[in-house]
Design a protein around this ligand. Sequence first.
Ligand SMILES: Nc1ncnc2c1ncn2[C@@H]1O[C@H](COP(=O)(O)OP(=O)(O)OP(=O)(O)O)[C@@H](O)[C@H]1O
Length: 266
Amino acid sequence: MVTEAEHKHSHEHTKDVLLCCEDLVIGYDGKPMLPPVDFQVRRGTFLAVIGRNGSGKSTWFKTLLGLLPPVSGRVFRSSPHVKSAYVPQTTGIDALLPVRAGELVRWGRMSGWNFMWPFGARGDRRAVERALDTAGALSIAHRPYRELSEGQKQRALLARVLATEADLVLLDEPTAAMDAVAERETMKRLAELAHGQGLAVVVVSHDLRVAAESADQLLFVDRETKSVVLGDADTVFCHPAFRRQYGDEYCPRHPPSGHPRGPTAG
Ligand SMILES: Nc1ncnc2c1ncn2[C@@H]1O[C@H](COP(=O)(O)OP(=O)(O)OP(=O)(O)O)[C@@H](O)[C@H]1O
């Protein structure tokens, strides 16, 4: 029986650990790509993974998901009940698939016997609507997937993963094809989803400013300097390894030369 205190506690679990990395080293064929990381992914948090092309972001994602074995160390879910959902960078969705965007999202809720009820339970329909709304995809739900623009397809795929109502959502560059406004909105919605519904959202993003605005923490990975830096935007943007790759313009403590901080005369 659940006591009142336990029940209350269960509703205060917004920071619960969902996924743990212990001394985790990622890489291919036994060759380490980055130094060991001790790291936890918690409920109610939004984490953005950043780094230059080829720095190891997707490799890290694949390892978290168990699609790629670690070189050493381990990664594990805190409970077998933790449900995760993933949108890869290049999706396996056939562009010629004769399906409407809304159906694709509904498929995100289907497994096993669900396929026997093509119209879905009322709860399913509500979840699909919510997911479409969060992803800004309500207006395209009835349009054939193959006719959507790349950015609209990304919204539909994002809605699909949200419809699964997973605890842990991993999105590899979900906004890469979106315009700047859509990207900012999507990242803001993902942050709201993490904070409001107690999900853990982990996103790979190349837009550093949008990532810094929306995410609680940034994880910078850099294969070249063998660095992994976790922290808030200031900590990461002012780290020497980050500045080596992106320059000083993101670090408020290191203004680029010729652009002094503070008000200018005249
Ligand atoms: N199956 C593989 N076997 C060996 N090396 C691989 C394999 N897949 C990727 N790599 C290499 O691992 C390195 C990191 O790749 P990864 O895809 O993790 O980078 P990324 O940070 O996600 O890059 P991007 O920003 O371009 O998506 C790259 O040098 C890549 O060539």
